[in-house]
Design a protein around this ligand. Structure first.
Ligand code: CA
Length: 484
């Protein structure tokens, strides 16, 4: 401290030294400089107030009227000192005020400090909370990320499942379509099966119209319908038993028989049975005849007992022993047994008819033993080239005219269809005849026992005007004789 300098030490029991900055900013205390604090006591602060040095402008001289000068200087000095002191006093008061203010400030600072600490604590707490929050959020975000990942996975899975579902749906639709198609196909196949089955199990096409004629003179005392239907064809011929609906066609021809001496005349051959009769043979039996243009003689049954005799029998049915379901060649050349059932043959009949004027007699016997007749005033066949077309005269008799509708028709067999029906009448009626479409008479049909028979088609030996189409005669004979 230099000479003339005023020093003032003011010790404050302040604990806050940092507030000096506030002090130095005070305009009055601009010259206050902070002194280094005593290291021994950290809480004590020291302030040095620097008072401006008093400059003496003039010499202090005692030689000039001492007392006066002395008084005058002294007074001046005292006044200056007083002024200075008062000035310093004011400054001191100001400083005191400042100190008071500073104390207040210190208190405020304390409060602020405390508040600051509190704030710091609060900030720390908040920071920790924030940290926690951040961590939590980080955890949450992690969790969220996991959730997002899971959601993504789930989404991907759901997409995959949706795709799979769509795929399955498509496959289901395809399978449904397949099932439907197969159902339709199965339906069609079933329908076809039924058609094939029906084709196999139902006899063909519609047959010919059934004979509707049910005459008044139907055989009486005979049950109109019987449950037992016997077919002596199949019973008599084991080889035909395989047939479900009657005999099968056969091609065997008329066999030359060794006639019994009783019914056979070795004489002849005659032109016909009338000639044999005229030759003295009045008994019925087998005779050898050879029509004019025939290449060879043929056996025939001559009926000499009815209607004056002389009848050449060209067809005979009596016991079902012969199958009449035959082909063209068989019907042409003839078949059967002369003393039983037989067919003389179309060629022979044609040759017989060709050699003169003949009439036709049909003898029918029902199952009551009653015989009826149908006679036609003329009869002949046209040659084979004309299909052995039937030519008849007028009807006469008690059996009814069931043959005139066949007049002018060619002969039809299973293998030669000349009838007027769309199908083959021989097929339905199981015989050979001058079928129309098909017929009122079927004398070469199936021989049934008992009369009335049951069959899908009328294939019995029927004469429509006598018994109708479902009455099969017990016996039939077709005979010709030259007109008188
Ligand atoms: Ca036909």
């Amino acid at each position: 401290m230099g000479p003339g300098e005023w020093s003032l030490f003011i010790l404050f029991g302040l604990s806050l030294w940092s507030s000096s900055e506030g002090l130095t900013k005070h305009p009055i205390l601009s010259r206050i400089r902070r002194a280094p604090a005593d290291t021994g006591d950290a809480k004590k602060c020291s302030y040095t107030f620097l008072v401006p040095e008093q400059k003496i402008t003039g010499p202090i001289c005692a030689a000039r009227g001492y007392s006066t000068d002395k008084d005058r200087v002294t007074r001046l000095d005292v006044a200056a000192v007083r002024d200075l002191l008062s000035k310093q006093r004011r400054e001191m008061e100001t400083l005191k005020l400042v100190v008071d203010v500073d104390g207040n400030m210190v208190n405020e600072m304390k409060l602020l400090r405390k508040e600051s600490r509190n704030m710091n604590s609060r900030v720390t707490q908040l920071y920790m909370q924030l940290l926690h929050e951040i961590i939590r959020k980080r955890d949450n975000s992690l969790e969220l990320a996991q959730l997002e990942t899971r959601i993504l996975n789930a989404t991907a899975e759901s997409l995959r499942l949706a795709s799979r579902y769509r795929e399955l749906e498509a496959r289901f639709a395809a399978l449904s379509a397949l099932v439907n198609n197969q159902s339709v196909l199965i339906g069609e196949l079933e329908e076809r099966c039924m058609q094939v089955y029906n084709r196999r199990h139902e006899p063909l096409p519609m047959g010919p119209p059934l004979v509707q004629v049910v005459p008044e003179n139907i055989p009486v005392n005979v049950p109109r319908f019987t449950n037992e239907i016997q077919r002596d064809h199949t019973r008599a011929f084991a080889r035909e038993r395989g047939s479900r609906s009657g005999p099968s066609p056969t091609g065997s021809t008329l066999e030359l028989q060794k006639p019994s001496p009783k019914n056979f005349s070795a004489e002849g051959p005659y032109r016909d049975c009338l000639e044999a009769q005229e030759a003295g043979h009045s008994t019925s039996g087998m005779y050898l005849i050879r029509p004019d243009d025939s290449e060879r003689p043929m056996q025939v049954w001559c009926e000499q007992g009815i209607d004056n005799g002389g009848w050449t029998v060209i067809q005979s049915r009596r016991d079902g022993s012969v199958n009449f379901f035959r082909n063209w060649d068989s019907y042409k050349s003839g078949f059967g047994n002369i003393d039983g059932e037989y067919w003389l043959g179309l060629e022979g009949i044609y040759n017989l008819g060709k050699q003169g004027d003949y009439k036709l007699l049909i003898e029918l016997e029902d199952w009551m033993g009653k015989k009826v007749y149908a006679q036609y005033s003329s009869f002949h066949l046209e040659p084979e080239s004309e299909g052995y077309r039937l030519r008849l005269g007028t009807y006469q008799g008690n059996a009814g005219d069931s043959l005139s509708s066949h007049n002018g028709k060619q002969f039809t067999t299973l293998d030669r269809d000349k009838d007027a029906f769309s199908g083959n009448c021989a097929h339905f009626h199981k015989g050979g005849w001058w079928y129309n479409a098909c017929g009122q008479a079927n004398l070469n049909g199936v021989w049934y026992t008992g009369g009335v028979y049951r069959s899908k088609f009328q294939d019995g030996i029927f004469w429509a005007d006598y018994g109708g189409g479902f009455y099969s005669m017990k016996s039939v004979r077709i005979m010709i004789r030259p007109i008188d």
